[in-house]
Design a protein around this ligand. Structure first.
Ligand SMILES: N[C@@H](CCC(=O)N[C@@H](CS)C(=O)NCC(=O)O)C(=O)O
Length: 228
């Protein structure tokens, strides 16, 4: 299998966590933001990554979108399952996956790129990195005001997680797509010291989930604790 991705994208991380949890061998093709369109649009009709090319007999040639990738992986290799057996619990897990995808992944992007352009500039002050950050900020309309609204959404999500994640799972009594999605889509916050210091349990849980899924933590993770 080949995963078309941006190495730093948290939606691509979501797909990698699922592949890693199931221990499915795969390769990655890292695309350049902007130029990626020429590679992915003809394949999926969309302009976003991740896109999975299963490259296997009797499988679709292209699976686009992290949610569809997980659905495909569950059908391709059901065990170990990231979906829950109980119908109502599974419905809730999918609802939470959608909530994190639609509201929290986007909010985390706003908070993260605002941080990287300001207090977090020293994480990588290179011209190349700052140029990418400037392009992303302009593409999504990220500024102090919009990042503030996004931070409120993040606080709401962390309040939900604080009820369940301190000693359990988001749905039912085992790991599911809801936990995986939350860990992936909130992972950019790990580089931001204010979050690391305020919610240590959140990042411990994310670390455990990354270990469970055989996926390294994001680059510069230690910078979030002021260790460089
Ligand atoms: N709903 C999509 C969202 C993916 C997404 O937003 N990907 C971003 C990278 S984090 C992207 O490809 N952005 C490029 C663009 O919009 O041109 C999924 O879950 O796969």
């Amino acid at each position: 299998m080949l995963l078309l991705q941006f190495s730093t994208s948290h939606y691509c991380r979501k797909a990698r966590l699922a592949l890693g949890y199931k221990q499915i061998p795969y390769q990655v093709e890292n695309l350049t933001p902007g130029l990626h369109i020429f590679r992915v649009k003809p394949l999926s009709g969309l302009k976003t990554v991740p896109v999975l090319l299963p490259q296997l007999k009797n499988c679709p040639a292209v699976v686009a979108d992290s949610t569809e990738i997980i659905r495909f992986l569950e059908a391709y290799q059901p065990s170990p399952s990231i979906y829950l057996e109980d119908v109502l619990q599974q419905k809730e897990a999918l609802r939470l996956e959608d909530y994190f995808d639609e509201f929290i992944g986007t909010a985390a992007r706003f908070v993260y790129y605002q941080f990287r352009a300001k207090e977090g500039k020293q994480i990588d002050p290179s011209l190349m990195s700052q140029a990418v950050i400037a392009i992303v900020r302009s593409q999504y309309g990220i500024n102090a005001e919009s990042a503030k609204g996004a931070a409120q959404k993040i606080d709401e999500a962390i309040a939900i997680l604080s009820e369940f994640w301190k000693d359990g799972y988001l749905v039912g009594d085992r790991f599911s797509v809801a936990d995986l999605t939350a860990a992936a889509l909130l992972s950019p916050l790990g580089l931001i010291p204010a979050y690391r210091h305020k919610y240590p349990w959140l990042f411990e849980r994310m670390t455990e989930i990354h270990q469970l899924c055989n996926e390294p933590l994001p680059k510069n993770w230690d910078a979030g604790l002021g260790i460089t």
